[in-house]
Design a protein around this ligand. Structure first.
Ligand code: 3HC
Length: 694
């Protein structure tokens, strides 16, 4: 056996077996690439008649090594390795398990045959990183699977299972067994002629102009901001000609996308979602949680229950009245039904999930659960009362969590004799769909309770972000600040529709007024009323227009009227809105002025970044990336911009300070330069540096 650091080769009879072993996901970094070429030479020297290529560990190659992107290219490149594999005179069969993604699938399709175990999944997810397959995927996938399948895979970035991959022609056979044996048997079958082996580049892609045209139109409509989807279509279109030319088109397109702000933003988001798990408590063992109590059967409580049931937990749902309880159970049942319809779970799993649900109107039924999540309406007195009762009812060691979106966890914990067991678990609505979970750590929360919050998030397939206690934690505190900016823009002359469209042009799925209508304008109204007593005298009040809407009973979609009117599936402007706006401007003595869309975006984003910087300064968020992930996953922030603080680095601290100082000439209370930005401008650091802990 010969062995480089990550790639080994051995022979058994006529077959050479090449094994890639680069944990955790066998990414094809430079050492792997060189190792494959060296192993091919060895296989030749061994006189092999066929080669079986497989991976150790949990997966076949899961892609190029993303950490190499943005650094000077290291030779040999993956495209070269794939070309050499394809040109090998000894037939090579790839044996796939785990997830063969991106460069991993590209290696496989450059081989001469492919087998996979039934649990394997394959995909070309480069688009999710603002890229396209750059090692022949856009050329070889359509040759094997046809243009429509290649478009589907490459434009969606989705993973397909072995059965679907077989149907598409991406793999040749489904086998079972341990991977070395699967690779060996496949190699032997190639030699015996019972498994066909051929060069993919010898196949002809069947032209399909209609599919390409339709895909291009769809991409333009669906991803108006993104560069790489169109480049994917362009490269796939080139697959009908000679492969050399197609590969050149692909390479040029790949290099066009690599290193762009969009791709950098998407890669930041990819690593960010993983980086947030890096918490001080990461080495602390979590407590076992197999049963959950959920108090409150409203939208939040039902969503949390649904998510927990889908994760295999037992749930006891508690409501005050039988009627409310029945409504909660009906919502959960409907949510699970929806999951079945969307193909997220089987009917049998739904039935098993519902069998794990207990419904009760008695808080005492929570005496034996491992963790309770209180999800009643936002009223401190009610929450305090519940936590006092839970303290008496719940077993020792049970964790008591509140799903509050802004209230003080320390005050709630103080109602119990066990503040170490209390924390905030702030889910986002709809909780069975949204993947963000703010894990709010109180003054007294024990490390193992924090660790349990994160373990629960993972089990429920959510991304936990560690947050400190303040009004609104990370997300809602920052939201509260920049929504004031939106309200000032409207008071000063911009129209709500213009504000929304400017921000949608920036990449938000919906502008703040459309989001307000969707969430219910009464929520903001109640928040403004709640915060009124603490509002500083110098603070400009921007909520007058929204107040008027709510006071008219126009709370958005649920009342069919808010900033917009929603009738028969149509959205149109609220005919009363302009009058209210004019009225409120007049009352405030404002002569409206015109705003360019760019100024709207600049002010809104600068407001968001300013408060995000203060959230960091206050230690509410651990690192800039935690804030980025909260906004990407919970607030519709455009993923290709990487999050507010990743985006802030593209502007720079000095420019941000200049903007804030300019705006402060109109409102020195609202527009204040965060100390952190001053420090960053002085010492030349970026938020990216703070992520690294510099
Ligand atoms: N490069 C470098 N590191 C990678 C990586 C990659 N392609 N894929 C995963 N990792 C790292 C993760 O950052 C994580 O590191 P950490 O433990 O330090 O946080 C570790 O590997 C494990 O990853 P996950 O936590 O995500 O493990 P899972 O088991 O949940 O998921 C996976 C595994 C499905 C492979 C998932 O990691 C994934 O989707 N990876 C990215 C796949 C991808 O996008 N491939 C295409 C890359 S671009 C490309 O190939 C270009 C080519 O066309 C030229």
């Amino acid at each position: 056996m010969s062995k480089s650091q990550f790639v080994s080769v051995e022979s058994e009879g006529d077959i050479a077996l090449i094994c890639i072993d680069n944990p955790p996901v066998n990414a094809s970094g430079v050492a792997v690439r060189q190792g494959i070429l060296d192993a091919l030479d060895t296989a030749r020297a061994l006189g092999a008649k066929a080669i079986g290529l497989y991976c150790a560990g949990r997966t076949f190659v899961a892609g190029a090594d993303i950490t190499e992107f943005g650094k000077p290219p290291l030779s040999p490149g993956l495209p070269e390795v794939c070309d050499i594999l394809e040109a090998s005179e000894i037939p090579i069969v790839a044996a796939i398990h785990g997830t063969a993604l991106g460069g991993g699938l590209e290696i496989a399709v450059a081989c001469h045959a492919r087998v996979a175990v039934a649990t394997a999944r394959v995909g070309l997810p480069e688009i999710l990183l603002g890229l396209l397959p750059g090692a022949g995927g856009t050329q070889r996938a359509p040759r094997l699977a046809g243009i429509p399948n290649a478009l589907d895979l490459i434009l969606s970035g989705r993973q397909v299972g072995a059965v679907e991959a077989l149907k598409m022609g991406l793999i040749d056979r489904i086998d079972e067994g341990e991977m070395r044996e699967v690779a060996l048997a496949a190699g032997q079958d190639v030699v015996a002629g019972t498994l066909g082996a051929r060069r993919t580049d010898m196949l002809q892609t069947q032209a399909d102009d209609a599919a390409l045209k339709a895909a291009e139109a769809q991409v333009r409509a669906k991803h108006p901001h993104l560069v790489s989807p169109l480049k994917c279509v362009e490269a796939i279109a080139a697959s009908t000609g000679p492969i050399k030319e197609g590969l050149a088109v692909e390479r040029a397109a790949f290099l066009h996308c690599l290193g762009t702000p969009q791709s950098n933003g998407l890669i930041h988001a990819f690593f960010g979602e993983r980086a947030v798990a890096n918490i001080p408590e990461k080495k602390v063992a979590p407590r076992d949680v197999s049963s959950l109590g959920v108090i409150g059967g409203g939208t939040m409580g039902s969503g949390i229950s649904t998510s927990a049931l889908m994760a295999g937990l037992a749930v006891t749902l508690v409501e005050v009245t039988q009627e409310a309880l029945d409504r909660g159970v009906a919502t959960i049942t409907g949510n699970l039904e929806g999951a079945v319809k969307r193909g997220k779970m089987s009917a049998a799993k739904r039935d098993a999930a519902l069998a794990r649900l207990t419904a009760s109107t008695d808080l005492n039924s929570l005496s034996d659960v491992d963790l309770v999540i209180e999800a009643v309406f936002e009223n401190m007195d009610v929450k305090k009362e519940i936590f006092g009762k839970l303290d008496a009812i719940c077993k020792q060691g049970a964790i008591l969590a509140s799903n509050t979106s802004y209230l003080d966890i320390n005050e709630i914990a103080a109602m119990t004799s066990r503040p170490a067991d209390v924390l905030g678990l702030h889910f986002f609505s709809p909780a069975h769909i949204m993947r963000l979970l703010e894990v709010v750590v109180g003054e007294g929360t024990a490390p193992e309770v924090v660790a349990t919050g994160f373990a629960l998030a993972k089990r429920m397939k959510k991304v936990g972000v560690r947050a400190g206690v303040c009004d609104g934690f990370i997300g809602n505190r920052i939201l509260g600040h920049y929504l004031k900016c939106a309200s000032y823009l409207v008071m000063d002359g911009a129209h709500p529709d213009q504000v929304d469209r400017a921000l949608e042009g920036f990449g938000f799925a919906m502008g703040p007024h459309r989001v307000g209508d969707l969430a219910g304008l009464d929520i903001g109204y109640m928040t403004r009323k709640r915060l009124a007593p603490t509002r500083p005298a110098q603070e400009r009040y921007g909520g007058a227009i929204a107040d008027r809407l709510s006071e008219n009973g126009w709370n958005g979609r649920k009342t069919a009227k808010g900033y917009f009117v929603y009738e028969e599936g149509q959205t149109r402007e609220n005919p009363d809105l302009d009058g209210i706006i004019a009225d409120e401007r007049q009352k405030a003595g404002i002569t409206p002025r015109a705003f360019e869309d760019q100024e709207i975006v600049d002010r809104y984003m600068t407001a968001m970044i300013s408060e995000a910087a203060r959230v960091l300064e206050d230690g509410i968020a651990q690192r800039p990336v935690d804030i980025d992930v909260v906004f990407l996953m919970g607030y519709g922030f455009p993923r290709f911009r990487g999050g507010p603080l990743h985006y802030a680095d593209t502007i720079g601290a000095a420019e941000l300070i200049q903007r804030i100082e300019g705006y402060a000439r109109e409102d020195a209370h609202y527009w204040q330069v965060p100390n952190l930005l001053r420090k960053m401008a002085a010492d030349g650091t970026t938020f990216a540096d703070l992520n690294k802990g510099n």
